[in-house]
Design a protein around this ligand. Structure first.
Ligand SMILES: [Zn+2]
Length: 216
């Protein structure tokens, strides 16, 4: 049982559902916070944490939005990229988007926002205008941020014990962090979970992030 409303639902190319879930306790919510899991199909633990959080009914003064699994086709075949071999985290319509070879690990598509998953996320951001975005990846065990999110990154780092990295150390044209954080000034946290962590430990380490966003 999941205590959240289905706000939007689309089908991926392979017919898998991509959901936008909403948890909101009051009509006059304070802020909108968007949390995203499974950007990369071989990084399933964000969906695990979101689903586990939503199994309990809790009050929030904010409007909490969740995309538990952005890339269900990639998850199905356990690959980082989507079904078209595109790294969704390089497919955003940023000023620095570049076309690279299809064989590249970070192939960002034939053109910016060519992929339905990217289009969906761009639509959600334009429609709901989140005040804070949390994107959950693996396996670097760090808190990375883009845009005006340094204080939030410090809070998340205190909760998890994962250290902060301003950026991951290589250029990321067309990345989600560049799209939201750098170009739109939305505080954007990229939470990199540890690799293949025990699920109970993972939940225990990260559960207070959800308490944090409930009243952020
Ligand atoms: Zn990732």
């Amino acid at each position: 049982m999941i205590y959240a409303d289905i706000e939007l639902k689309i089908n991926s190319q392979k017919g898998n559902e991509i959901l936008l879930l909403k948890r909101q306790s009051k009509n006059d919510y304070k802020k909108t916070i968007l949390t995203i899991g499974v950007f990369h199909g071989d990084e399933p633990d964000g969906e695990y944490l979101i689903s586990r959080y939503l199994q309990d009914r809790t009050e929030t003064s904010n409007r909490l939005l969740f995309i538990p699994c952005l890339n269900p086709d990639g998850k199905e075949i356990q690959t980082r990229k989507n079904i078209n071999g595109v790294d969704l985290n390089r497919n955003f319509p940023t000023k620095n988007w570049i076309k690279v070879s299809q064989s590249d690990d970070y192939y960002g598509g034939e053109k910016p926002a060519s992929e339905i998953e990217t289009q969906f996320l761009v639509y959600v951001i334009e429609k709901y205008k989140p005040d804070l975005i949390l994107s959950i990846h693996e396996p670097y065990k760090v808190v990375n941020y883009d845009g005006p999110a340094e204080n939030i990154a410090e809070d998340i780092s205190k909760i998890t014990g994962y250290k902060i990295e301003k950026n991951i150390g290589y250029p990321t044209p067309g990345s989600f962090g560049t799209y939201c954080g750098v170009e739109r000034n939305i505080p954007t946290i990229t939470l990199e979970l540890p690799e293949k962590e025990d699920k109970e430990l993972l939940w225990h380490t990260n559960k207070d992030i959800f308490t944090y966003i409930q009243d952020y």
